[in-house]
Write a new protein. Structure first.
Length: 325
């Protein structure tokens, strides 16, 4: 089980870096381990880095990262952490999938940060487990793996599987590991050193509150936008939203103009288009199915709205060649 008291020290952690991995969650996972050694004055943890073939890996910010070895060089009895990032669907390498399945059968603890959860799910290694992923990747992940239980938590530890959303949530995941294995006092000391206090609970929300995100605390506006976000596939008309909030259509219009400088219809459309772009970039769904999932019944209307907002058609976004008539 991940987080149990280790039978021997140091506790080994092997990070598998995929092309375009995001640097922050990777660094945030390593630093608590380094500081655990420093604070305890013992080598409680050791870590190694790996790529599929042992070659350097370029992260999403363009920095080339040297690794210790390929997959075969991973030390025995290591916890395995898949570090994902951008364009994860392009990096679901078959040799890695097969290696993870074999390693799972041998009883290893397997985990992921950021979009690395896609790799474990593709290998079928999250079935029957709770898992999480970054909120921006959540729609595509749920569409691709509809039977997977996804929590949306900062991180999840479920027996021998562990996943986290990315960003600084890796800090909280590893602080939980240190706390479980060596006590809350050591975990708290590390959190203070890295100015990360208080340590966040795994179930905390990844995103800021809705009022903080929109920069307004008007209760009826917040309620209406929450309704919009929960009904992207079957959008409600402005008149229905106004009625449910106890407003007239004119009051609803003024409310959105005052706080968000756009009409409710426009704001709702932008929410749907942003979800559509996530699905286009993160899944293999057809453009037509993406349109339907985002509340567009006409592919031509979807394409027109998408081009007006993003300056490109859904087909060009996906890289599908367009045949000019």
């Amino acid at each position: 089980m991940f987080g149990e008291k280790p039978q021997e020290l140091p506790h080994r952690v092997a990070f598998i870096l995929l092309p375009e991995f995001t640097l922050m969650p990777f660094a945030s996972a390593i630093e608590p381990l380094r500081l655990a050694n420093l604070q305890s004055e013992e080598t409680l943890y050791s870590w190694t880095t790996h790529s599929i073939d042992g070659s350097d890996v370029v992260c999403s910010s363009g920095l080339a990262t040297k690794v210790d070895s390929n997959l075969e060089g991973i030390p025995t009895r290591s916890d395995i952490v898949i570090c994902g990032g951008l364009n994860i669907r392009e990096y679901l390498f078959k040799p890695l999938i097969n290696w993870l399945r074999k390693t799972s059968r041998q009883g290893a603890n397997l985990g992921a940060v950021c979009t690395g959860s896609h790799v474990l799910a593709e290998a079928g290694l999250l079935q029957g487990y709770k898992a999480t992923i970054h909120w921006n990747n959540l729609p595509g992940f749920c569409e691709t793996y509809p039977d997977q239980e996804v929590t949306g938590h900062l991180f999840d530890i479920d027996r021998d599987r562990f996943t986290c959303a990315g960003g600084t949530s890796s800090l909280d995941l590893m602080l939980a590991l240190v706390g479980n294995q060596h006590g809350a006092e050591l975990a708290s000391a590390i959190a203070e050193i890295i100015l990360h206090a208080p340590i966040r609970h795994h179930s905390e929300s990844q995103r800021m509150s809705l009022p903080a995100r929109i920069g307004a605390r008007h209760p009826k506006l917040v309620s209406i936008i929450k309704q919009m976000e929960e009904n992207l596939e079957d959008p409600h008309s402005p008149s229905i939203l106004a009625k449910e909030a106890g407003l007239s259509a004119r009051q609803l219009e003024r409310l959105f103009r005052r706080y968000l400088d756009r009409s409710p219809k426009r704001y709702y459309l932008e929410l749907r288009l942003k979800k559509a772009r996530s699905l286009l970039l993160q899944t293999d769904m057809s453009v037509i199915n993406v349109a339907l999932a985002c509340g567009f019944t006409s592919p031509s209307h979807f394409s027109k709205c998408y081009r007006a907002f993003y300056g490109s058609t859904p087909y060009r976004e996906r890289g599908v060649p367009i045949i000019e008539s």
